[in-house]
Each structure stands twice: as structure tokens, then as C-alpha cells.
Design a protein around this ligand. Sequence first.
Ligand code: GDP
Length: 333
Amino acid sequence: MSHSPKPNSYGELVKYAAGIRAGDRASLARAITLIESKRADHRADAHRLVQELLPATGKAVRLGITGAPGAGKSTTIDALGTYLTARDHKVAVLAVDPSSSRTGGSILGDKTRMARLAVDPHAFIRPSPASGTLGGVAAKTRETMLLCEAAGYDVVIVETVGVGQSETAVADMTDFFLLLMVAGAGDELQGLKKGVVEIADMIAVNKADGDNVERAKLAAADFRGALNILTPASASWSPPVITYSALTGNGVPELWAQVLQHKDKLGATGELAERRRAQQVKWMWTMLEERLTARLRSDPAVRAKLKAAEAAVAAGTLAPTLAVEEIAGLLGI
Ligand code: GDP
């Protein structure tokens, strides 16, 4: 078999799909390479592959995890992941890290950060796609998630660092969005960025071990107080605040129990299915908007016009509404 990632015929594509459905890691890895490729023909093949595999997707628990650098994301994923693979789950770990396109490599999903899971035959770890806008990186991770589901991974963990816009992107592709915190020096609530707390389905205070247990409990109480003043997104789920230790594993089973409880409760009310439906549609629109914007910026005539219009709008000599009319007119929209 060729080592080229490109399935150059429908027959090849079907073979890839069969390999993925059979849980073959090499097929999965090659298919992800297609998704991440800069070549349009590769990506077109990848889209066909995802479409082909779509009926085999959707059965996983999709868990998003965020937290500031050092909060313990990788230690937690290592602990939770090995807890799950020991219970017959197959765990895929993906990451959304748009900054990796600037640094040239992903800090998230780096296998050395998850020592046990990296050598676990029931786990699959894939670093963040390293190029593109947040929207582009998120779209690739989404498609990768679908491929992993088709390959039989029944828990997909998507990790992102809690410093930017990527939290929303990850919350928009997962069933349960987990915010990791630690009892830190200074104001406990400083790390609570309001926007992120609002989309969290649970706050878990890590490093509740040794002489840090009490401080973690106090921090949890503070977070509970902060959450109390927010209206929960769902009438059937008030985001809990728990403490645990990724290092000792204490509280990790309870953490997972909350994820399952959320799945049961929101599954029963239909909210989970609705969340996924809304995510799918939002994803479609996001991609469409990205495509339109790309078109806007790539057309030379439009680009020149945009530049002139931007300057005129900034100078106050052209009304923004008229500028939009003129640019849209060039595109015929
Ligand atoms: P990340 O940047 O969020 O992925 O954080 P890491 O998982 O790399 O953890 C950062 C540091 O905190 C490492 O030195 C870990 O060993 C330590 N750490 C992570 N979890 C725990 C924990 O539960 N207890 C203690 N005491 N240290 C932890």
C-alpha cells in the first residue's frame, strides 16, 4: 500500500473508511493528515471521508477541558484517560490551540505531557492542528473528532488553554465543558473570566492533595458563591463545583460521575441532542462565514477597494454603510 496520504480513487476512500471503522490507528492517523493538509484536493477527500463515515459518528461522550497553563490539564487528562481505558473505554485526546500556528508547534496534546496515556493502546492522542485561524483549527479538530468516533473512541476529550477565544470554540463542539481551576495565591476569583464560567458545565478545583486540601475546599466554596449569581444555561443542570487531585487520582471517579450524570439528565430531557443539533448548524454557518471572508480578502479588486474604503471610513469621509454597499456590489451580493 502506498504511503501517500491521498486516496486517489473512490475505491481507496472506501478502503480508508473501512480501516477507520475497524479502528485501525494508521488509517485514522492518515485520514487526519488529509484533514490537516493545506492542499485543497486533500481536504476535499477528507470531507468526502467524513461524509462517508458520518453514520458511524456521534456515539462518544464529548468532553471539553480548559484551564490556565499549570492548572493541571494534561495531568488530569492522563489520570482520567487511564481511569477510563481501564474500564474498557477507548479515549481520544484532541486539542485546539490556535497559537501553535505562531509558535510552530502545539503545546497542547503533546504526548510527553500525558506519559501513561501516550503508551496506552486504548488511547489516541493528537496535538492541535498547527496552522490557520481559530475557526480553521476548530473545524479540523471537529472533523478529527468525528473520525475518532467512527474509529470506535467512545470518549473524546478536547483540550484548550484558558487564555483566549478558543474556549468557546471547544464548548461549541463538546457535550460537557469542564473548567479546571486551582486554589492560587491572591484573589481566587481573578482567574474566573466571566465568559468562560458562563459556558462551564462544571468547575473542578485541582491539586486538592497534601496540605492544599483545605485551600482547595475554600476555593471551591468561593467558586460556588460566584456561580450562584449566574443563571444556569439549563433548568436541569446547575454546574457543580468539585475538588480533586489529578496527581493522586482522588476525586477523579467523582469527576467522571458528574459527566455521566449530566449526560443522563440532559439526555433524558432532549437537551443534549438539541445542543448537538445547534452546534452542527452553528458550525455550518461559521464555515460559510469563514469562506465568504476568505473570498472577500482574496479577490484583488475587492481587496483594493477594501483598503481604500477602510482608509476613507477611518478618515470620516465615507459612511460605513455606503462602503459596505460598494464592496458588496463588487461581489454581487
Ligand atoms: P497544564 O499546563 O494545565 O497541562 O498543567 P500540568 O498538567 O502540566 O500540571 C502543571 C503542574 O502541576 C505539574 O508540575 C503537575 O505535576 C502539577 N500538578 C498537576 N495536577 C496536580 C495535582 O493534582 N496535585 C499536585 N500537587 N500537583 C499537580
